[in-house]
Design a binder for this molecule. Structure first.
Ligand code: SF4
Ligand code: SF4
Length: 200
């Protein structure tokens, strides 16, 4: 029993301090060559972006720190954080940046890479939602709320479904939630287009 408890409740110890040897400067150079990320290395670390961002109080790394992490090449931290998924793409940071760095585009670029290499935080619902949404839309051309929420919950936190049953039932009863999966005409053309874009 003691061993079982130790296994389940073993606290996860993570070192917060970073060593320079853990950085990957080549990755930083690669990111800086992507569209929208070109200005990365001109960042002054002034913090205007963090001060402007309406969501920075919820982020594990404020936008200034994200730019700093990327610039130094701390790939794992930049791709594994919650910040990039909390970004609401409001562009306030980019508008006020004295170096015209397109911080929102940097966030998008990091999100794409985090999804590609599955480096996003485990069980964090937003990246799961993004993937499931893309999966449903590329399959049928339309999203279905019921199936989207169900798939998101099953792949992130199935227990969450218990808290949604009441609301779901009320929406279902009043005809605002449907189990029907809609599909557009010519869905094959959409799939071919998406496949072409993935290949570019
Ligand atoms: S506002 Fe621009 S220059 Fe200032 S820290 Fe943010 S990204 Fe860097
Ligand atoms: S675009 Fe994202 S990072 Fe920039 S201010 Fe808006 S929420 Fe914050």
């Amino acid at each position: 029993m003691k061993a079982l408890r130790a296994f389940w409740f073993r606290p996860e110890m993570r070192r917060k301090m970073k060593f320079q040897r853990e950085a990957d400067p080549e990755w930083a150079q690669q990111v800086a060559q992507r569209p929208g990320c070109e200005g990365l290395f001109s960042c002054l670390q002034c913090g205007t972006c963090s001060g402007t961002c309406p969501l920075s109080i919820y982020m594990d790394f404020a936008p200034r720190r994200i730019i700093g992490l990327v610039r130094e090449g701390f790939r794992e931290d930049a791709l594994g954080c919650q910040t990039i998924w909390l970004c609401a793409s409001c562009y306030a940071c980019a508008v006020h940046c004295p170096r015209q760095i397109r911080i929102t585009d940097v966030m998008y670029s990091l999100k794409r890479e985090a999804l590609q290499y599955k480096l996003y935080p485990r069980r964090f619902p937003i990246p799961v939602l993004a993937q499931e949404f893309y999966g449903i839309v590329s399959d049928r051309g339309r999203s279905s709320e019921f199936w989207l929420v169900l798939r998101m919950a099953l792949h992130s936190n199935p227990l969450q479904l218990l808290t949604l049953i009441g609301t779901g039932w009320r929406l279902f009863r009043t005809g605002r939630l449907s189990l029907h999966k809609e599909q557009i005409e010519h869905v094959k053309e959409l799939q071919a287009e998406l496949a072409g874009r993935r290949g570019t």
